[in-house]
Design a binder for this molecule. Structure first.
Ligand code: SF4
Length: 215
């Protein structure tokens, strides 16, 4: 169903709480209630494994936000970065490493260290080399193998696709988290304008990043 008012096409809220695509019955019930109460025309799963309420009248935003169980108003730049993770070894028969647990830890770490980025940083964590979360085409990609985690940086799947560079392999969860923060710190400090990581890597090069990480 499409909204009549074209302005409403541009209104959307990404619902907080569905971390890495994991949802609870309670969250789904709350969302269903809000969608019905406010007659929201579109409820959509996003590419980032989240739920979006789309097409509500702009003046309803604060009420919708509060009915979702939040205080205040949603941030204008909600979802500047997101972490997408596959079921991993906890739930998938091919899983080698625990992608959901690593995604959870990375999200907590990123919240504790508020890094700022001028462009979107998308993270994809896959529990095995089949890479269902497309780790090679995420800004920061991580995937599991028998000997540990591999970290990939600078991938992109958009208008000008780029396969990310493998930065290191065979790491423990702690090591890959530490390296991820180092890489993101370097990117945050050296990026220009709204440069995504793929263009950043094309400009600076892998060797420069490697030598900065070795210091
Ligand atoms: S990447 Fe591997 S572990 Fe994750 S869902 Fe795909 S097959 Fe399963």
């Amino acid at each position: 169903m499409s909204p009549d008012n074209k302005d409403n096409h541009k209104t959307y809220i990404i619902i907080p709480g569905s971390k890495m695509g994991v949802v609870s019955p309670e969250l789904l019930k709350t969302i269903a209630g809000v969608v019905e109460k406010h007659d929201i025309p579109q409820l959509k799963l996003t590419e980032a494994q989240r739920l979006a309420l789309i097409g509500y009248a702009p003046e309803k935003i604060d009420n919708i936000w509060q009915d979702l169980g939040n205080s205040g108003s949603p941030q204008k730049k909600a979802g500047a970065h997101y972490i997408k993770a596959c079921p991993g070894k906890a739930w998938c028969k091919y899983g080698i490493q625990d992608a959901l647990a690593l995604g959870d830890k990375l999200e907590k770490t990123l919240l504790e260290i508020p890094l700022s980025f001028n462009a979107k940083v998308k993270v994809g964590i896959s529990g095995c080399p089949l890479n269902c979360c497309e780790s090679f085409v995420r800004d920061l990609g991580i995937f599991g193998k028998k000997n540990g985690w591999t970290l990939v940086f600078g991938g992109n799947a958009a208008r000008k696709p780029r396969i990310g560079d493998v930065i290191a392999e065979d790491m423990s969860a702690e090591q890959v988290l530490e390296l991820a923060i180092k890489v993101l710190n370097y990117y945050s400090a050296n990026t220009v304008n709204h440069e995504r990581t793929a263009r950043f890597m094309e400009r600076t090069g892998l060797e420069k990043l490697r030598s900065a990480l070795a210091k």
